[in-house]
Design a protein around this ligand. Structure first.
Ligand code: PCD
Length: 795
């Protein structure tokens, strides 16, 4: 209808099962303006909340005077920490066991921190009221840099923590320090590079918000909120507020992008819920763009030193890294509690390396809290950047093609399951095939020749070719090793087949745009021989959905996707009993045929029955002694995580006069095991690559020495637009996960994880012949021009 190429609606069995390019069911409402986001929630008598935020990064609060605001028409209340103290809600636990102020009681610790809340009849009055709250501050010296924060004379940020004398949060290490040191001593070649993975902001298009609605009649609190993890948020709300968990309902309606930003709990959510409880009226809080960037969970901010030890012919013997992490004013990362540095453990990447060691220290600073998993399985992005950059550094040192180093060191297909030197178990992989395909698609050899020609001709524009052969780790659990605030990381699905053969599926994960309403229906269609249009998927409501840990770290497919397949198979087993009854055959003789989706008697394929007929049987002709109905639930604890991977090849032109970088070619080959919906995957890859380009080229949350956020709005925090995004060429290989019921791995994060090192490698590659070994992100034209200038290449 739109004139463009129309993907085949059904191409596999034709029912919309695995591998079919089913158009996204949810797009109907999204593209016709019928989405229902938190800010669309309107309730009778609803009040509006606006937060008063500190202009200072570090300051003691001497007085808060809300009287001018209270005098305004329409202002209902001005809340401060003192009011919340009465309900024990002035502070809240972070997911990493730290304690964060909901409203500041004593001392402000970062600019724009929440100091007071104004509740009013409409949003504009609330906003005007917030400006009339008079706060007297005693301004203190801030420290924004993690290095400076660890100096002896640095101002102490966390006086609220008993006996705390410095800004140090934790140290963490993994691997074998001694064996690694030994390998470095014995190596022919060692290389070292310092690299800063800058502070980024996930920047979902929809900012964070909540509508708290306490119903005194039912004694029940309903909170509509922008949540990537509604159940875990309900549990935490219950623990903190003392309201019993079954009297709390969290609804995460349509969410306009999550990207990890909506995993933590923010003060605004708590204030909206608490205010509705106190005032017994619904209260809405929706933050503005700058509030979102300046105060909600940031990502990265890892200052890393990477080292590789190798033989002279390029065999990698050891990798070592030392990291300084800036965690902001609170330790409020959102990741499994036993992993303070997330899954940084896989910093040996796709390579079979004997020895590895990583050490890390984290510091408090007067900046917003965070360290969240922005399109990243908990610090995997930083780990991948480190190893993929270091492999390029080694290749340049040895003056060999970077593909050669990779091929020489890849973990080989027959080595899987592979245990890494830090003890992580890779499920499956075939790295060389992905690289081969990417190189072929990118016309690698031709570009290498062209690059040489340009150097010889002293061309105005240099050519650079960058590669990244990354591996990810996604799908946390298993529950015994991974938990969020103590709750084991499993996930869930519930399937109900109704008498007319249509199904409602409820899952424990929550979509923010990934297309779960389509892809989870496809899993059920595949496993039950149903038509995808006969299945509706629901999520994001703790009153109706089975308990789940939420969507982040690309865990929905690996964990809830597995639960959905297992639940479908349970339904299939029961369906066989009913089929036997309907077909007057022995249950043991009933077979299910994946191709036709029908159940038939062994050896008599024409004696068959569909799931729709079986559903009717389950309710209208149920076999004697059988429990009526046709439904199943599964809570799935994954035995292991899944390890998707890919190879990206990026060709750039670097302008020697302006430092501008243009993308000449951008090839992404991904392997996420068996694919549910190739079209959805393609969309995921495109979106993630755009975010990778933003990371490499433009984005950075910056602060000045006074702790002012200088990159805290879209004028200063640059996001890529269609203008900056080149044409992507995507390809894929398929290496199924051996332990996942449908062989699938996650994919949503791969492009954001894998692309920044490929892009930086490309820019460095353009200047490598003149000795450039590294360029820091974001590689804005001035940064690139300086590198050109230092190398004597600038014009
Ligand atoms: N798939 C398929 N097949 C396979 C895989 C996958 O088909 N094999 C598909 C599914 O189903 C979905 C998607 O694809 O639909 C994705 O998936 P995954 O990978 O599993 O993931 P998830 O879980 O679902 O999701 C999550 C992710 C993340 S993590 C992020 S950031 C981002 C991504 O997702 N986010 C977002 N993507 C996206 N998209 C959109 N649209 N939006 C959003 O927000 Mo984090 O950690 O949170 O930071």
């Amino acid at each position: 209808e739109d004139g463009g190429p129309q993907p085949e609606k059904h191409c596999g069995h034709g029912r919309g099962g695995m591998g079919e390019e089913v158009r996204r069911k949810e797009d109907q409402r999204f593209i016709t303006g019928r989405g229902n986001y938190v800010d669309d929630v309107k309730k009778p008598g609803m009040l509006h909340c606006e937060l008063v935020r500190s202009p200072h990064a570090h300051a003691r609060i001497e007085e808060i005077d809300g009287s001018r605001a209270m005098d305004m028409d329409g202002v209902v209340a001005v809340l401060t920490a003192e009011d919340l103290l009465e309900y024990d809600l002035a502070t809240m636990p972070t997911l990493m066991d730290d304690t964060q102020d909901v409203l500041v009681n004593d001392k402000v610790k970062f600019q724009s921190q929440e100091v007071a809340a104004v509740i009013a009849e409409d949003r504009y009055v609330a906003k005007d009221g917030a400006e009339k709250v008079d706060v007297t501050y005693d301004v203190l010296d801030p420290v924004v840099d993690a290095d400076d924060a660890l100096e002896d004379d640095a101002p102490l940020i966390r006086e609220d923590i008993e006996d705390k004398e410095d800004n140090h949060i934790f140290d963490w290490e993994t691997g074998d320090e001694e064996a690694t040191a030994q390998a470095f001593e014995e190596a022919d070649v060692t290389v070292e590079e310092e690299m800063f993975y800058q502070r980024l902001h996930p920047a979902p298009i929809e900012t964070c918000g909540a509508v708290g609605d306490y119903d005194p009649g039912k004694d029940k609190l309903t909170v509509h909120m922008t949540s990537q993890a509604p159940h875990i948020h309900r549990t935490l709300f219950a623990q903190v507020s003392g309201i019993p968990e079954h009297k709390i309902r969290i609804v995460s309606p349509d969410v306009g992008g999550g990207f990890g930003n909506k995993v933590p709990i923010y003060p605004g959510y708590v204030v909206a819920a608490a205010a509705s409880y106190v005032l017994e009226q619904p209260v809405k809080w929706v933050e503005e763009r700058s509030e979102n960037i300046q105060t909600t969970g940031f990502a990265r901010d890892y200052d890393m030193t990477g080292e590789i030890a190798a033989t002279e012919d390029g065999e990698i013997l050891a990798v070592r890294t030392d990291v300084l992490a800036n965690h902001g004013a609170y330790n409020a990362a959102a990741q499994p509690s036993k992993f303070p540095a997330g899954f940084f453990n896989i910093f040996t990447g796709s390579y079979d390396i004997d020895a590895a060691y990583a050490s890390l220290s984290a510091a408090y600073t007067n900046t917003a809290p965070g360290g969240i998993a922005y399109r990243c399985s908990f610090r995997v992005t930083e780990a991948v950047y480190l190893i993929e950059r270091m492999v390029k550094v080694l290749a340049d040192e040895l003056e060999v093609d970077p593909t050669e180093i990779r091929r020489k060191n890849f973990i080989q297909p027959e080595q899987f399951p592979y245990e890494s030197p830090t003890g992580w178990n890779y499920d499956s992989g075939d790295y060389e095939s992905a690289l081969d395909l990417a190189l072929e698609m990118a016309e690698y050899e031709e570009y290498r020749e062209e690059q040489q020609r340009r150097i010889e001709n002293d061309a105005d524009k240099l050519l650079g070719i960058g590669i990244s052969s990354f591996t990810e780790v996604v799908g946390a659990g298993p529950g015994k090793t991974c938990d969020i605030a103590g709750v084991e990381m499993f996930d869930s699905a519930e399937i109900r087949i109704h008498p007319t053969g249509k199904a409602t599926v409820r899952v424990g994960v929550q979509t923010q745009g990934q297309g779960h309403e389509t892809t989870f229906a496809q899993i059920v269609a595949e496993e039950l021989g149903m038509d995808v249009d006969d299945i509706v998927v629901e999520h994001g409501d703790t009153d109706t959905d089975p308990y789940g840990l939420g969507t982040y770290g690309s865990r929905s497919t690996p964990v809830a996707g597995a639960a959905t397949a297992v639940a479908s198979r349970k339904v299939r087993d029961k369906a066989k009993t009913i089929a036997a009854n309907e077909l007057e055959a022995d249950e043991g003789d009933i077979e299910w045929d994946r191709e036709s989706g029908e159940f038939h008697v062994a050896g008599a394929p024409d004696r068959s029955i569909t799931i729709t007929e079986i559903a009717a049987g389950a309710y209208m002709n149920n076999p004697a002694g059988e429990e009526p109905g046709l439904e199943a639930v599964n809570y799935y604890d994954p035995p292991e995580m899944t390890y998707p991977f890919g190879s990206y090849v990026v060709v750039v032109e670097v302008d020697r006069e302006t430092g501008e970088v243009e993308f000449e070619k951008f090839v992404a080959v991904d392997d996420c095991g068996n694919r549910i919906n190739p079209m959805v995957i393609e969309g995921q890859i495109h979106g993630g690559l755009a975010q990778g380009i933003g990371t490499a080229m433009m984005e950075h949350v910056t602060y000045d020495d006074n702790g002012n956020v200088t990159g805290g709005d879209f004028m200063n925090y640059l996001l890529p637009t269609a203008m900056e995004i080149p044409e992507f060429e995507t390809g894929h290989t398929v290496t199924p996960s051996p332990h996942h019921p449908i062989g699938a791995k996650g994919v949503g994060e791969s492009p954001t994880v894998g692309s920044p090192p490929a892009i930086v490698n490309a820019v460095v590659d353009a200047m490598a012949h003149a000795g450039v070994s590294h360029v820091e992100m974001p590689m804005t034209p001035d940064v690139v021009w300086e590198a050109l200038d230092e190398a004597g290449l600038a014009q």
